[in-house]
Write a protein that binds this ligand. Structure first.
Ligand SMILES: [Zn+2]
Length: 222
């Protein structure tokens, strides 16, 4: 919001400068010529300041389309929360949350940024970046209709490979990232215990009760 307001302010400065070159400003008989350096400066500032919100808006649209695909066509609408959104969010402590009824997914600050950096260099994804991929898939599974956390998380684990590919990660890297999450952080959830254990089940494994036998499952060997 602050970005947009600052951008609009400089856009207004540019507009005022151009207007005064066409219509004489108050107290002047003739229009004043445009100061080109000034105009260039305010136009650049308006564009630069508009970039972050435009960039986020485009990323949200991209994620919404991919989440809808992952959710088997249930319409998803992803929102990247700003610091302010996060502070005002009643579910502030959850890194992300989704409403299966409305299709809304909220990713808390700074998780959208983490997901963006994952997509910039998936071949050297950090643990946090792998978690951001899983969070995106997990929330999409809620939109697909699942509310139980352990089932939702297991559906996500099996689809992280598909999700990474949908987001543009090359095939082999997508597979490696999805497997790394399953053998790494997912197994760690059981060890951490407490709230984390609600997201874990030992039945979430190849051939076990929660295996959906997907043809493109994370744990299917090609
Ligand atoms: Zn959940």
């Amino acid at each position: 919001m602050l970005w947009i307001l600052s951008s609009l302010f400089f856009a207004w400065c540019a507009f005022r400068e151009i207007r005064s070159s066409i219509v004489a400003p108050p107290g002047f008989d003739l229009p004043t010529p445009v100061s080109k350096p000034y105009l260039a400066l305010v136009v650049s500032l308006a564009v630069i300041l508009a970039w972050p919100p435009v960039h986020t808006w485009r990323f949200q649209r991209f994620l919404s389309a991919k989440a809808t695909e992952l959710a088997d066509g249930h319409p998803a609408k992803v929102h990247c929360n700003t610091v302010f959104d996060t502070m005002l969010d009643p579910e502030m402590l959850a890194a992300g949350h989704a409403n299966p009824d409305s299709g809304e997914i909220a990713l808390q600050h700074p998780w959208c940024g983490t997901l963006m950096s994952y997509l910039r260099h998936p071949e050297r994804a950090s643990e946090k970046e792998l978690q951001s991929l899983d969070m995106f898939t997990h929330e999409s599974m809620h939109i697909r209709g699942e509310r139980n956390e352990a089932l939702t998380e297991c559906e996500a684990v099996q689809r992280n490979y598909r999700a990474a590919k949908l987001l543009g990660v090359p095939d082999a890297t997508a597979k490696q990232n999805a497997v790394d999450y399953y053998t790494g952080y997912y197994q760690l959830r059981a060890k951490i215990g407490g709230m984390q254990s609600a997201y874990y089940s030992d039945q979430c494994a190849p051939g076990k009760a929660m295996d959906e036998q997907l043809s493109d499952s994370t744990w299917t060997t090609p």
